[in-house]
Design a protein around this ligand. Sequence first.
Ligand SMILES: Cc1cc2nc3c(=O)[nH]c(=O)nc-3n(C[C@H](O)[C@H](O)[C@H](O)COP(=O)(O)OP(=O)(O)OC[C@H]3O[C@@H](n4cnc5c(N)ncnc54)[C@H](O)[C@@H]3O)c2cc1C
Length: 358
Amino acid sequence: MGSSCRRFHSPRETASQSGLTEGGVALSATGRLGRVDPSCAPLAAGRVVLSLYRSTVLNVSGFPPVARAVRRYGFRLGARRFVAGHDVEEALPALRELEGAGRTVIVDVLGEYVSDVERARAMAVDVAATIDALHAAGIPPVVSLKPTQLALALDTRVASDLAIDLARRAEGHGGRIALDMEDVRYVDGTLDLLRALWDAGLTRSSGVLQAYLHRTPDDLEALLEATPDVSSMELRIVKGAYHESPDVAFHDVPTIRRAYVALAERAWRAGAKVNVATHDDGIITELAAYARGAGLGPERIEFQLLYGMKPKLQADLVQAGHSVRIYVPVGRDWYGYFSRRLAERPANLALVLRGLVR
Ligand SMILES: Cc1cc2nc3c(=O)[nH]c(=O)nc-3n(C[C@H](O)[C@H](O)[C@H](O)COP(=O)(O)OP(=O)(O)OC[C@H]3O[C@@H](n4cnc5c(N)ncnc54)[C@H](O)[C@@H]3O)c2cc1C
């Protein structure tokens, strides 16, 4: 475990039993935290620094001069690692390689926070073309969309009409759409959009729950009530990638991890399919063990990872017989997505900065 720092009440709840560590911090198998050992102070400080780093990167990336500079050089300097191509044609070799390696894909047609409805309609045309191109290439068109790319922030009616059209098109080709979850201002609208898709009979459409939001357990209960058929309900669970206030979101890692595990287990107990979308080895180990113990097969658990991240973990999961889907961003509007990946990991920013001074 690399550190003697313990957070468990009982000697029974050891890190080796739970198999969960992150930076030397152990999370109990029951998900409870114990008394804080004083030797944990450096770890707590490390978490504060990481949280500050994250909010700084997300804040700085919002400044127009920074955005202009990164947009100019960023694709070459680092974004290419996380974005498979400027369009679906450019991304096809990467998509085929993933499929050849036993993974499936979900394509994110990049775009978010459009400033007018016409832009949203143009985005929807791009997404429709991507769905058709995937189908023509023999790849099931499973696509992930950001509701604000369909004008959710401007006109909810337009957003739901566009989402329904795209979901029909994808399902018509044997695929489906997933609605990404964005910042907390759009959670209600996004959940309404998902319900509108289900009401239109597009029950393969899936949504995302963010473990860091205080409200999420209630949102899960509401979705379980709303679904016309829980056995066809599919939900992606993530930690959450946006800069949210402590009034609405947890900021400490152990609490978010506990919330994550609890959401997945609740969704499974209710009969839903869970997309375990994380690169966190601890969560993956714990949920894989839970699924095994509960006899849940690939129809109920799918691991999802982001393109360019942890290829060895991706391969290990496939090797262990799990269903693994890679979220592959495609498009020119990569700036917001790339900023969130930089914010998650200081080493990514260091890579970009090294490229700049080389
Ligand atoms: C398939 C998928 C879909 C997602 N969809 C959404 C969504 O709709 N809405 C939303 O808010 N968030 C979404 N996210 C992002 C998510 O909320 C987290 O911000 C992100 O996954 C990082 O948290 P983590 O759980 O992977 O673990 P972390 O604890 O952040 O990381 C665990 C380990 O993964 C590796 N890692 C993590 N991030 C990076 C990185 N940027 N670069 C390199 N290595 C890294 C590191 O080795 C790290 O130690 C999605 C994530 C995935 C995997």
